[in-house]
Write a protein that binds this ligand. Structure first.
Ligand SMILES: Nc1nc2c(ncn2[C@@H]2O[C@H](COP(=O)(O)OP(=O)(O)OP(=O)(O)O)[C@@H](O)[C@H]2O)c(=O)[nH]1
Ligand SMILES: [Mg+2]
Length: 350
């Protein structure tokens, strides 16, 4: 179900009874008027099998196969010596951790080895696991809404990173926590992008605020107004894909942020960069550039299932840490979850 402000308002067919509207109508800046029944939703049925832990593990299979197999060779036995450290360095570099994180981890592992008086290569696995956990733990900071209503999440990222798909998954995730969700179709560059978000909205029984024409900032402004009128818990704003080098497009997304702020002064509460794990070390450059332009508060790392470059999380933690809110390990609606260091490292090593 969705609404086009430029068209006549769509009837609300949400399955639960509407709560009393905060206002009967919502005036939008261009003079259009949207009736504002509440978009309360029924929580979806319980998550499908297999479990998240199993999906995470199978999603990380490529990274684990590459990293794990090589490490298994190293940890097989024998003495801990300089040759072994050199081999370990090469293995870590091939999993896209990058030079900084690799050097950091090696130093940390050496310290742990000498502190504990470890001698045998088979004991190195535990030391590496502990060092990795300590490095990436600071990225594990689940979203906190702090009672904000609506809590506004704005997504940014390059083309095809997985923004729109992640919004669909997030809508389902938040609904399963009993929250009401509204989506803003802020990718006004492609008609197909709007249709894609509307399809996600229909699948999740969530209202999508869209316009057939108009700019992204106007759509997001409308969405903020609608969310406030309807007493929605969470608004998620989609945006068009862009490269940080496309300066006019970076100006456009800064404007989207400013206009959201105009509607709700402390919003957006969360500015998320969506990253495709396949790009490996390039992810760090994107984090730096988008952070500079927008002031990122969080990251979503998608497509970990399609790549052996999962080590990039260590690179981000070392070079430009921004909280990793969610990771995606597949195209299914349940394939996105909050990032857990322990689960991630366990899935990588075990
Ligand atoms: N395997 C896998 N595919 C994913 C994941 N997340 C997204 N995808 C796929 O990636 C493709 C692009 O996803 P979109 O959500 O359209 O990406 P986007 O960032 O919105 O793209 P633009 O709107 O063009 O900028 C789709 O085919 C998704 O199904 C994931 O975690 N794993
Ligand atoms: Mg998109």
């Amino acid at each position: 179900m969705f609404s086009f402000f430029k068209k006549k308002p769509a009837p609300d067919t949400t399955p639960t009874p509407p709560s009393p509207p905060a206002a009967d109508t919502v005036a939008v800046p261009d003079g259009n008027v949207e009736p504002a029944p509440a978009a309360e939703v029924t929580p979806p049925p319980a998550a499908a099998k297999p479990s998240w832990t199993e999906r995470l593990k199978s999603g990380l299979a490529k990274t684990r196969d590459k990293l794990g197999k090589q490490l298994a060779g190293l940890f097989g036995g024998g003495k801990i010596d300089d040759d072994l450290y050199e081999e370990l360095e090469a293995v870590l570099l091939t999993s896209d951790m990058g030079m900084d994180a690799t050097s950091h981890l090696l130093r940390d592992v050496r310290e742990r080895v000498s502190l504990k008086g470890l001698k045998d290569a088979s004991e190195l696995k535990g030391a590496l696991k502990d060092a990795l956990i300590e490095l990436i733990q600071p990225l594990e900071q689940p979203l906190q809404m702090h009672g904000k209503k609506p809590y506004v999440i704005m997504l940014a990222g390059v083309n095809g990173a997985g923004k729109t798909t992640s919004i669909g998954k997030l809508a389902k995730y938040f609904q399963s926590q009993g929250k009401s969700v509204l989506l803003a179709a802020g990718d006004t560059f492609r008609a197909a992008a709007r249709e894609q978000l509307i399809a996600w909205g229909e699948r999740n029984n969530v209202t999508v605020i869209a316009q057939q024409s108009g700019d992204a900032a106007a759509v997001c402004y409308d969405a903020m107004q609608a969310a406030m009128a309807r007493g929605i818990d969470i608004v998620i704003a989609d945006t068009a894909g862009r490269l940080p080098t496309q300066l006019h497009l970076m100006e456009e997304i800064k404007k989207v942020k400013r206009v959201i702020q105009k509607a709700i002064p402390d919003a957006p509460h969360e500015v998320v960069l969506v990253l495709d794990a396949n790009i490996g070390q390039n992810a760090i450059n994107q984090v730096v550039a988008f952070d500079q332009a927008l002031g990122l508060t969080g990251l979503i790392l998608t497509k970990l299932d399609g790549t052996a470059k999962g080590g990039v999380i260590a690179g981000i933690a070392k070079q430009h840490p921004v909280p990793l809110r969610f990771i995606g390990v597949g195209e299914g609606i349940d394939d996105l979850r909050p990032f857990s260091t322990r689960d991630f490292v366990d899935a990588l090593f075990d």
